[in-house]
Ligand binder design. Structure first.
Ligand code: 5RP
Length: 225
């Protein structure tokens, strides 16, 4: 059995093979995206020319350390490819993301990418989304009422904390982790969540991923499309 870290690295390095010279690339966030950024850094140092944007302050810092050229958003009218992790992937390539708290920036960057490649180990592949609590980014103002509205949708929202402090996203917002159980209709829930004032966005990514590169513990990598 390969260790989880190695699986993440395997999936990430396979996905980086899709990055071509001259591309505009979105850099994901999390412990799997970490390996993609490291590999892209190596390829840049070997001479590959790309322009990149990051989906979080943490990924931006890592990319800068790796010598990956980061460009301001106004200099690009979109991206060719984004490589990012996920917390759950279903057979239709619908996703739950946001375990690392970067869902809003990740969704904006993914939306403006011609291609979104998801990288994950096999443990992230599920038949039905929902075992992983759905992260919902909410603004701090009146967040108690927003939590109440989330609860009415049938979940038990938990405000995310970090070291006993309220977790604050790169955008200055909170994350409510919402246990819905099995999500039978992700598209419907997505709409219901966006309808609530105070909800900025949520971790459901539907119809956004083009392929998922999944590393199995038997040492193989499979592509879901
Ligand atoms: C961050 C994310 C991550 O991609 C997701 O949580 C997976 O993280 P990891 O690769 O560390 O398991 O959505 O907001």
């Amino acid at each position: 059995m390969m260790r989880k870290m190695n699986l993440k690295k395997m999936a990430a390095e396979k996905a980086v093979e899709y990055v071509e010279d001259g591309m505009r690339v979105g850099l994901g966030t999390g412990s799997t995206a970490y390996w993609a950024i490291k590999r892209i850094g190596e390829r840049v140092r070997e001479g590959m020319t790309i322009q990149a944007v990051a989906t979080s302050k943490a990924s931006e810092k890592l990319a800068a350390e790796e010598g990956i050229p980061l460009v301001p958003f106004h200099q690009l009218d979109g991206l060719d490819l984004t490589i990012d992790g996920a917390d759950e992937v279903n057979p239709e390539l619908s996703l739950i993301k946001g375990g690392g708290g970067a869902l809003l920036r990740e969704k904006i960057v993914a939306y403006h990418s011609k291609q979104l490649i998801i990288i994950a180990d096999e443990h992230k592949v599920v038949n039905t989304l929902g075992a992983f609590p759905l992260p919902v980014e909410i603004i701090p103002f009146a967040h108690e009422w927003t939590l109440g509205s989330l609860e009415k949708l049938g979940c038990s929202p938990q405000l995310r904390t970090d070291n006993d402090q309220l977790y604050v996203t790169d955008n200055g917002n909170y994350i409510a982790d919402c246990r819905f159980g099995e999500i039978a209709d992700p598209a419907k829930l997505h709409q219901q969540l966006l309808y609530i004032p105070g909800v900025v966005d949520n971790g459901l990514f539907i119809g956004m991923a083009d392929r998922a590169v999944i590393a199995d513990s038997d040492g193989t990598v499979k592509i879901m499309e």
